[in-house]
Design a protein around this ligand. Sequence first.
Ligand code: CS2
Length: 450
Amino acid sequence: MRLSESSLTRLAAQVERPGYDRAQQRVGIVHFGIGAFHRAHQAWYTDRAMEAGDRDWAITGVSLRSPTVAEQLNPQDGLYTVSERSAGADKIRLVGAVRDVLIAPRQREQVIAAIAAPGTRIVSFTVTEKGYCRQANGDLDPDLADADSFYAYLVPALRRRLDAGLPGLTLLSCDNLAENGRQLERLVRQYVDRNDPALLPWIEAECTFPSTMVDRIVPATTAADLAALADRIGLEDAGAVMTEPFSQWVIEDRFAGPRPRWEAVGAELVGDVAPYETAKLRMLNGAHSLLAYCGLARGHEFVHQAIADPELHALTEQLMLAEAAPTIAAAEGQDLALYARNLIARFANPALNHRLIQIAMDGSQKLPQRWLETLAVHQIQERQCPAILAGLGAWIKHLRGANGPVDDPRAAELITAVASADPGEALFGKRGLLALQWHPTGAERAIILA
Ligand code: CS2
Protein backbone atom coordinates (compact mmCIF):
# COMPACT_ATOMS: atom_id res chain seq x y z
CA MET A 1 0.00 0.00 0.00
CA ARG A 2 1.14 3.51 -0.85
CA LEU A 3 2.14 6.08 1.77
CA SER A 4 -0.46 8.87 2.19
CA GLU A 5 -2.43 10.68 4.92
CA SER A 6 -4.99 7.89 4.94
CA SER A 7 -2.49 5.02 5.21
CA LEU A 8 -0.39 6.59 7.99
CA THR A 9 -1.77 4.27 10.66
CA ARG A 10 0.13 1.48 8.95
CA LEU A 11 3.46 3.29 8.95
CA ALA A 12 6.08 1.45 11.04
CA ALA A 13 6.38 2.92 14.55
CA GLN A 14 10.15 3.42 14.19
CA VAL A 15 9.60 6.24 11.63
CA GLU A 16 9.81 9.72 13.18
CA ARG A 17 6.85 11.88 12.09
CA PRO A 18 5.98 15.55 11.91
CA GLY A 19 4.74 16.64 15.32
CA TYR A 20 2.30 19.26 14.00
CA ASP A 21 -1.08 19.43 12.36
CA ARG A 22 -0.39 19.58 8.62
CA ALA A 23 -3.92 20.75 7.90
CA GLN A 24 -3.27 23.93 9.92
CA GLN A 25 -0.23 24.94 7.88
CA ARG A 26 -0.77 27.24 4.90
CA VAL A 27 1.68 27.52 2.02
CA GLY A 28 4.41 30.13 2.54
CA ILE A 29 7.12 28.88 0.18
CA VAL A 30 7.09 28.10 -3.53
CA HIS A 31 10.10 26.02 -4.50
CA PHE A 32 11.44 25.51 -8.05
CA GLY A 33 13.25 22.21 -8.59
CA ILE A 34 11.77 19.81 -6.06
CA GLY A 35 14.34 17.06 -6.58
CA ALA A 36 15.88 14.73 -4.01
CA PHE A 37 18.23 17.41 -2.69
CA HIS A 38 15.48 19.86 -1.75
CA ARG A 39 13.45 17.11 -0.12
CA ALA A 40 16.39 16.04 2.06
CA HIS A 41 17.51 19.59 2.82
CA GLN A 42 15.33 22.73 2.80
CA ALA A 43 12.02 20.84 3.07
CA TRP A 44 13.48 18.75 5.89
CA TYR A 45 14.60 21.89 7.79
CA THR A 46 11.23 23.54 7.16
CA ASP A 47 9.37 20.48 8.41
CA ARG A 48 11.29 20.56 11.68
CA ALA A 49 10.84 24.34 11.99
CA MET A 50 7.08 23.81 11.79
CA GLU A 51 7.43 21.08 14.38
CA ALA A 52 9.27 23.60 16.59
CA GLY A 53 6.24 25.88 16.41
CA ASP A 54 6.45 27.84 13.15
CA ARG A 55 3.26 28.29 11.17
CA ASP A 56 2.33 28.59 7.51
CA TRP A 57 5.53 27.52 5.82
CA ALA A 58 4.19 24.59 3.84
CA ILE A 59 5.84 24.26 0.44
CA THR A 60 4.37 24.14 -3.04
CA GLY A 61 6.99 22.42 -5.17
CA VAL A 62 7.39 23.15 -8.88
CA SER A 63 8.97 20.82 -11.40
CA LEU A 64 10.13 22.72 -14.45
CA ARG A 65 10.12 19.74 -16.78
CA SER A 66 9.40 16.24 -15.70
CA PRO A 67 6.13 15.04 -14.13
CA THR A 68 8.03 12.40 -12.10
CA VAL A 69 8.10 14.12 -8.71
CA ALA A 70 4.45 15.18 -9.00
CA GLU A 71 3.57 11.56 -9.74
CA GLN A 72 5.62 10.44 -6.74
CA LEU A 73 4.35 12.95 -4.21
CA ASN A 74 0.83 14.11 -5.11
CA PRO A 75 -0.78 10.67 -4.63
CA GLN A 76 1.02 10.62 -1.24
CA ASP A 77 -0.47 14.01 -0.16
CA GLY A 78 3.08 15.40 -0.39
CA LEU A 79 4.38 12.98 2.24
CA TYR A 80 7.71 11.19 1.84
CA THR A 81 10.47 9.83 4.05
CA VAL A 82 14.09 10.87 4.47
CA SER A 83 16.46 8.01 5.39
CA GLU A 84 19.76 9.02 6.96
CA ARG A 85 22.26 6.32 6.16
CA SER A 86 25.53 5.44 7.77
CA ALA A 87 27.45 2.32 8.71
CA GLY A 88 25.42 2.27 11.95
CA ALA A 89 21.61 2.15 12.07
CA ASP A 90 19.55 4.21 9.64
CA LYS A 91 17.19 6.89 10.89
CA ILE A 92 13.96 7.50 8.99
CA ARG A 93 11.77 10.59 9.20
CA LEU A 94 8.44 11.29 7.58
CA VAL A 95 8.46 14.84 6.20
CA GLY A 96 5.17 16.74 6.05
CA ALA A 97 6.34 20.12 4.72
CA VAL A 98 5.42 19.65 1.05
CA ARG A 99 1.79 20.46 0.25
CA ASP A 100 1.73 19.65 -3.45
CA VAL A 101 3.82 19.57 -6.60
CA LEU A 102 2.99 21.48 -9.79
CA ILE A 103 4.30 20.54 -13.23
CA ALA A 104 5.18 23.95 -14.62
CA PRO A 105 4.67 23.44 -18.38
CA ARG A 106 1.22 21.91 -17.78
CA GLN A 107 0.14 24.19 -14.94
CA ARG A 108 1.54 27.58 -15.87
CA GLU A 109 -1.33 29.56 -14.37
CA GLN A 110 -1.26 27.62 -11.08
CA VAL A 111 2.48 28.21 -10.71
CA ILE A 112 2.11 31.94 -11.28
CA ALA A 113 -0.90 32.07 -8.95
CA ALA A 114 1.02 30.22 -6.21
CA ILE A 115 3.86 32.76 -6.33
CA ALA A 116 1.40 35.66 -6.46
CA ALA A 117 -0.65 34.35 -3.51
CA PRO A 118 -0.65 36.69 -0.48
CA GLY A 119 0.59 33.93 1.86
CA THR A 120 3.71 33.26 -0.22
CA ARG A 121 6.75 35.07 1.19
CA ILE A 122 9.67 33.03 -0.15
CA VAL A 123 10.44 31.57 -3.55
CA SER A 124 13.41 29.25 -3.46
CA PHE A 125 15.42 27.40 -6.07
CA THR A 126 17.37 24.19 -6.54
CA VAL A 127 17.27 24.18 -10.32
CA THR A 128 20.94 23.06 -10.60
CA GLU A 129 23.67 25.14 -12.17
CA LYS A 130 22.27 24.88 -15.69
CA GLY A 131 18.79 26.02 -14.60
CA TYR A 132 20.04 29.61 -14.34
CA CYS A 133 20.49 29.82 -18.14
CA ARG A 134 23.84 31.63 -18.09
CA GLN A 135 26.23 32.40 -20.89
CA ALA A 136 29.92 31.64 -20.41
CA ASN A 137 30.46 35.19 -19.11
CA GLY A 138 27.79 34.74 -16.43
CA ASP A 139 25.15 36.94 -18.11
CA LEU A 140 21.67 35.65 -18.84
CA ASP A 141 21.44 33.70 -22.09
CA PRO A 142 18.17 35.02 -23.56
CA ASP A 143 17.83 31.98 -25.82
CA LEU A 144 18.05 29.56 -22.90
CA ALA A 145 15.88 31.72 -20.62
CA ASP A 146 12.78 30.82 -22.60
CA ALA A 147 9.16 30.08 -21.72
CA ASP A 148 10.20 26.89 -19.90
CA SER A 149 12.75 28.54 -17.60
CA PHE A 150 11.81 29.59 -14.06
CA TYR A 151 12.12 33.25 -15.07
CA ALA A 152 9.04 32.92 -17.27
CA TYR A 153 6.90 32.00 -14.24
CA LEU A 154 8.59 34.10 -11.60
CA VAL A 155 8.58 37.44 -13.36
CA PRO A 156 4.88 37.55 -14.40
CA ALA A 157 4.05 36.51 -10.82
CA LEU A 158 6.14 39.37 -9.41
CA ARG A 159 4.30 41.73 -11.76
CA ARG A 160 1.01 40.39 -10.39
CA ARG A 161 2.15 41.02 -6.82
CA LEU A 162 3.10 44.60 -7.66
CA ASP A 163 -0.26 45.22 -9.38
CA ALA A 164 -2.13 43.71 -6.42
CA GLY A 165 -0.22 45.82 -3.89
CA LEU A 166 1.24 42.71 -2.24
CA PRO A 167 4.63 42.68 -0.51
CA GLY A 168 7.76 41.58 -2.34
CA LEU A 169 9.43 38.21 -1.88
CA THR A 170 12.66 36.72 -0.70
CA LEU A 171 14.18 34.90 -3.67
CA LEU A 172 16.42 32.23 -2.22
CA SER A 173 18.91 30.38 -4.39
CA CYS A 174 19.98 27.07 -2.87
CA ASP A 175 22.22 25.92 -5.72
CA ASN A 176 25.97 25.31 -5.77
CA LEU A 177 26.94 28.57 -7.46
CA ALA A 178 29.45 31.09 -6.15
CA GLU A 179 27.53 33.99 -4.58
CA ASN A 180 24.31 32.32 -5.61
CA GLY A 181 22.13 35.17 -4.32
CA ARG A 182 24.08 37.82 -6.21
CA GLN A 183 23.98 35.74 -9.37
CA LEU A 184 20.25 35.14 -9.10
CA GLU A 185 19.65 38.83 -8.53
CA ARG A 186 21.69 39.85 -11.53
CA LEU A 187 20.08 37.27 -13.81
CA VAL A 188 16.52 38.10 -12.71
CA ARG A 189 17.23 41.78 -13.32
CA GLN A 190 18.57 41.04 -16.79
CA TYR A 191 15.46 39.00 -17.59
CA VAL A 192 13.17 41.73 -16.22
CA ASP A 193 15.08 44.37 -18.11
CA ARG A 194 14.25 42.59 -21.37
CA ASN A 195 10.69 41.60 -20.53
CA ASP A 196 9.11 44.05 -18.08
CA PRO A 197 11.58 46.85 -17.28
CA ALA A 198 8.97 48.88 -15.38
CA LEU A 199 9.06 46.16 -12.71
CA LEU A 200 12.72 46.76 -11.84
CA PRO A 201 12.32 49.51 -9.22
CA TRP A 202 9.73 47.41 -7.34
CA ILE A 203 12.04 44.40 -7.31
CA GLU A 204 14.87 46.58 -6.06
CA ALA A 205 12.74 48.03 -3.29
CA GLU A 206 10.69 44.99 -2.29
CA CYS A 207 12.64 41.78 -3.00
CA THR A 208 15.87 40.37 -1.59
CA PHE A 209 18.23 37.68 -2.83
CA PRO A 210 20.15 36.19 0.10
CA SER A 211 23.11 33.96 -0.66
CA THR A 212 23.19 30.49 0.85
CA MET A 213 25.56 27.60 1.34
CA VAL A 214 23.68 24.32 1.17
CA ASP A 215 25.23 20.98 1.99
CA ARG A 216 23.96 17.44 2.20
CA ILE A 217 25.02 14.52 0.04
CA VAL A 218 21.89 13.06 -1.56
CA PRO A 219 22.53 10.28 -4.08
CA ALA A 220 19.77 9.47 -6.56
CA THR A 221 17.30 7.00 -5.03
CA THR A 222 17.33 3.57 -6.72
CA ALA A 223 14.57 0.99 -7.20
CA ALA A 224 16.44 -1.30 -4.78
CA ASP A 225 16.42 1.50 -2.14
CA LEU A 226 12.64 1.85 -2.51
CA ALA A 227 12.03 -1.89 -2.23
CA ALA A 228 14.17 -2.21 0.91
CA LEU A 229 12.47 0.84 2.44
CA ALA A 230 8.98 -0.56 1.81
CA ASP A 231 9.95 -3.69 3.73
CA ARG A 232 11.12 -1.59 6.65
CA ILE A 233 8.34 0.97 6.93
CA GLY A 234 5.41 -1.15 5.82
CA LEU A 235 4.29 1.22 3.05
CA GLU A 236 5.48 2.08 -0.46
CA ASP A 237 7.04 5.53 -0.65
CA ALA A 238 7.70 6.52 -4.27
CA GLY A 239 9.13 9.89 -3.16
CA ALA A 240 11.67 8.58 -0.63
CA VAL A 241 15.12 10.12 -0.43
CA MET A 242 18.33 8.60 0.95
CA THR A 243 20.98 10.82 2.45
CA GLU A 244 23.80 11.09 4.98
CA PRO A 245 23.32 12.09 8.64
CA PHE A 246 25.28 15.33 8.07
CA SER A 247 23.56 18.48 6.90
CA GLN A 248 24.53 22.15 6.83
CA TRP A 249 22.74 25.31 5.72
CA VAL A 250 24.30 28.76 6.05
CA ILE A 251 21.99 31.59 5.01
CA GLU A 252 22.65 35.28 4.55
CA ASP A 253 20.21 37.01 6.89
CA ARG A 254 18.62 39.33 4.35
CA PHE A 255 14.95 38.51 4.01
CA ALA A 256 12.30 40.71 2.44
CA GLY A 257 9.66 39.58 4.93
CA PRO A 258 8.98 36.81 7.41
CA ARG A 259 10.80 33.51 7.23
CA PRO A 260 10.76 30.18 9.07
CA ARG A 261 12.97 30.05 12.14
CA TRP A 262 15.32 27.67 10.40
CA GLU A 263 18.02 28.57 12.92
CA ALA A 264 15.94 26.81 15.60
CA VAL A 265 16.59 23.53 13.78
CA GLY A 266 20.26 23.85 12.90
CA ALA A 267 20.59 26.36 10.04
CA GLU A 268 23.06 29.23 10.53
CA LEU A 269 21.91 32.77 9.73
CA VAL A 270 24.97 34.94 9.10
CA GLY A 271 25.97 38.33 7.72
CA ASP A 272 28.34 36.93 5.10
CA VAL A 273 28.03 33.49 3.55
CA ALA A 274 31.05 33.81 1.27
CA PRO A 275 33.71 32.01 3.37
CA TYR A 276 31.41 28.99 3.88
CA GLU A 277 30.18 28.93 0.32
CA THR A 278 33.66 29.25 -1.17
CA ALA A 279 35.03 26.50 1.08
CA LYS A 280 32.12 24.25 0.23
CA LEU A 281 32.37 24.78 -3.53
CA ARG A 282 36.16 24.57 -3.81
CA MET A 283 36.77 21.88 -1.19
CA LEU A 284 33.71 19.60 -1.04
CA ASN A 285 32.40 20.00 -4.56
CA GLY A 286 35.90 20.42 -6.00
CA ALA A 287 36.95 17.12 -4.38
CA HIS A 288 33.74 15.46 -5.53
CA SER A 289 34.39 16.35 -9.17
CA LEU A 290 38.00 15.20 -8.81
CA LEU A 291 36.90 11.85 -7.38
CA ALA A 292 34.27 11.56 -10.11
CA TYR A 293 36.50 11.99 -13.17
CA CYS A 294 39.68 10.44 -11.74
CA GLY A 295 37.69 7.72 -9.97
CA LEU A 296 35.83 6.69 -13.12
CA ALA A 297 39.15 6.64 -14.98
CA ARG A 298 40.45 4.19 -12.37
CA GLY A 299 37.45 1.90 -12.64
CA HIS A 300 35.51 2.92 -9.52
CA GLU A 301 31.73 3.28 -9.37
CA PHE A 302 31.02 4.97 -6.02
CA VAL A 303 32.54 7.85 -4.05
CA HIS A 304 33.39 5.63 -1.06
CA GLN A 305 35.37 3.31 -3.36
CA ALA A 306 37.27 6.20 -4.94
CA ILE A 307 38.24 7.75 -1.61
CA ALA A 308 39.48 4.35 -0.38
CA ASP A 309 41.93 4.27 -3.32
CA PRO A 310 45.23 5.53 -1.78
CA GLU A 311 46.23 7.43 -4.91
CA LEU A 312 42.91 9.28 -5.09
CA HIS A 313 42.87 9.85 -1.35
CA ALA A 314 46.22 11.63 -1.62
CA LEU A 315 45.07 13.61 -4.67
CA THR A 316 41.90 14.68 -2.82
CA GLU A 317 43.91 15.89 0.18
CA GLN A 318 46.23 17.74 -2.18
CA LEU A 319 43.27 19.48 -3.84
CA MET A 320 41.52 20.41 -0.61
CA LEU A 321 44.46 21.40 1.58
CA ALA A 322 47.23 22.53 -0.77
CA GLU A 323 45.18 23.97 -3.64
CA ALA A 324 41.70 25.05 -2.50
CA ALA A 325 42.19 25.98 1.18
CA PRO A 326 44.92 28.60 0.61
CA THR A 327 42.53 30.50 -1.70
CA ILE A 328 39.82 30.83 0.99
CA ALA A 329 39.64 33.70 3.46
CA ALA A 330 38.23 31.68 6.36
CA ALA A 331 35.68 33.19 8.72
CA GLU A 332 36.49 33.38 12.41
CA GLY A 333 36.36 29.90 13.88
CA GLN A 334 36.23 28.22 10.46
CA ASP A 335 38.90 25.48 10.53
CA LEU A 336 39.61 24.37 6.96
CA ALA A 337 41.92 21.49 7.94
CA LEU A 338 39.21 20.06 10.18
CA TYR A 339 36.67 20.69 7.41
CA ALA A 340 38.79 18.63 5.00
CA ARG A 341 39.09 15.76 7.48
CA ASN A 342 35.35 15.71 8.02
CA LEU A 343 34.72 15.76 4.28
CA ILE A 344 36.94 12.73 3.76
CA ALA A 345 35.02 10.88 6.48
CA ARG A 346 31.71 11.80 4.80
CA PHE A 347 32.97 10.62 1.40
CA ALA A 348 33.97 7.31 3.01
CA ASN A 349 30.37 6.59 4.20
CA PRO A 350 29.89 3.06 2.82
CA ALA A 351 26.09 3.13 3.18
CA LEU A 352 25.48 5.99 0.72
CA ASN A 353 26.42 4.41 -2.61
CA HIS A 354 26.90 7.80 -4.22
CA ARG A 355 27.58 7.20 -7.91
CA LEU A 356 30.56 8.97 -9.46
CA ILE A 357 28.74 9.22 -12.78
CA GLN A 358 26.00 11.30 -11.08
CA ILE A 359 28.63 13.86 -10.00
CA ALA A 360 30.34 13.74 -13.41
CA MET A 361 27.35 15.25 -15.21
CA ASP A 362 27.20 18.93 -16.17
CA GLY A 363 30.94 19.56 -15.81
CA SER A 364 30.74 22.72 -17.93
CA GLN A 365 28.37 24.20 -15.34
CA LYS A 366 30.21 22.99 -12.24
CA LEU A 367 33.93 23.23 -12.90
CA PRO A 368 34.31 27.03 -13.10
CA GLN A 369 33.38 27.54 -9.41
CA ARG A 370 34.81 24.20 -8.24
CA TRP A 371 38.26 24.25 -9.92
CA LEU A 372 38.88 27.16 -12.25
CA GLU A 373 38.54 29.88 -9.62
CA THR A 374 41.12 28.06 -7.47
CA LEU A 375 43.42 27.75 -10.48
CA ALA A 376 43.01 31.43 -11.30
CA VAL A 377 44.05 32.47 -7.79
CA HIS A 378 47.20 30.32 -7.96
CA GLN A 379 48.01 31.44 -11.47
CA ILE A 380 48.38 35.02 -10.29
CA GLN A 381 50.95 33.78 -7.79
CA GLU A 382 52.57 31.47 -10.35
CA ARG A 383 51.85 28.36 -8.31
CA GLN A 384 50.90 24.98 -9.75
CA CYS A 385 47.81 22.91 -8.93
CA PRO A 386 48.68 19.32 -9.85
CA ALA A 387 45.50 17.79 -8.44
CA ILE A 388 43.16 20.08 -10.36
CA LEU A 389 45.22 19.65 -13.52
CA ALA A 390 44.92 15.87 -13.11
CA GLY A 391 41.17 16.36 -12.70
CA LEU A 392 40.94 18.47 -15.86
CA GLY A 393 42.87 15.80 -17.75
CA ALA A 394 40.40 13.15 -16.56
CA TRP A 395 37.48 15.42 -17.48
CA ILE A 396 38.81 15.76 -21.01
CA LYS A 397 38.98 11.96 -21.26
CA HIS A 398 35.41 11.84 -19.98
CA LEU A 399 34.40 14.30 -22.72
CA ARG A 400 36.13 12.03 -25.23
CA GLY A 401 33.63 9.33 -24.24
CA ALA A 402 35.73 7.29 -21.80
CA ASN A 403 32.74 6.80 -19.48
CA GLY A 404 29.92 6.62 -22.02
CA PRO A 405 27.74 9.40 -23.43
CA VAL A 406 28.45 12.86 -22.02
CA ASP A 407 25.60 14.29 -19.92
CA ASP A 408 26.05 18.06 -20.08
CA PRO A 409 23.88 20.85 -21.50
CA ARG A 410 26.86 21.87 -23.65
CA ALA A 411 27.85 18.31 -24.58
CA ALA A 412 27.89 18.93 -28.34
CA GLU A 413 30.20 21.95 -28.10
CA LEU A 414 32.45 20.26 -25.55
CA ILE A 415 32.85 17.15 -27.66
CA THR A 416 33.74 19.28 -30.69
CA ALA A 417 36.19 21.27 -28.57
CA VAL A 418 38.08 18.24 -27.27
CA ALA A 419 38.30 16.81 -30.78
CA SER A 420 39.80 20.06 -32.14
CA ALA A 421 43.46 20.72 -32.83
CA ASP A 422 43.79 22.85 -29.71
CA PRO A 423 41.35 21.63 -27.02
CA GLY A 424 43.06 23.80 -24.37
CA GLU A 425 42.21 26.92 -26.34
CA ALA A 426 38.70 25.76 -27.27
CA LEU A 427 37.84 25.03 -23.63
CA PHE A 428 39.83 27.58 -21.67
CA GLY A 429 40.98 30.22 -24.15
CA LYS A 430 39.76 33.81 -24.19
CA ARG A 431 36.76 32.76 -26.25
CA GLY A 432 36.65 29.30 -24.70
CA LEU A 433 33.53 27.45 -23.65
CA LEU A 434 33.95 27.96 -19.93
CA ALA A 435 33.47 31.08 -17.89
CA LEU A 436 36.79 31.66 -16.21
CA GLN A 437 39.66 33.94 -15.53
CA TRP A 438 42.11 31.09 -16.01
CA HIS A 439 44.16 30.63 -19.16
CA PRO A 440 46.44 27.61 -18.94
CA THR A 441 50.14 28.12 -19.53
CA GLY A 442 51.90 25.85 -21.98
CA ALA A 443 53.08 23.57 -19.17
CA GLU A 444 49.59 23.34 -17.71
CA ARG A 445 48.12 22.51 -21.09
CA ALA A 446 50.67 19.80 -21.62
CA ILE A 447 49.68 18.22 -18.28
CA ILE A 448 45.93 18.29 -18.81
CA LEU A 449 46.13 17.08 -22.37
CA ALA A 450 48.66 14.35 -21.61
C1 CS2 B 1 27.82 16.85 -6.02
C2 CS2 B 1 26.85 17.64 -5.15
O1 CS2 B 1 26.55 16.02 -7.82
C3 CS2 B 1 27.43 16.82 -7.48
O2 CS2 B 1 27.98 17.54 -8.30
O3 CS2 B 1 29.09 17.39 -5.88
O4 CS2 B 1 25.53 17.36 -5.46
C4 CS2 B 1 27.10 17.41 -3.66
O5 CS2 B 1 26.78 16.07 -3.29
C5 CS2 B 1 26.34 18.36 -2.81
O6 CS2 B 1 26.63 19.67 -3.19
C6 CS2 B 1 26.65 18.14 -1.33
O7 CS2 B 1 26.14 19.16 -0.59
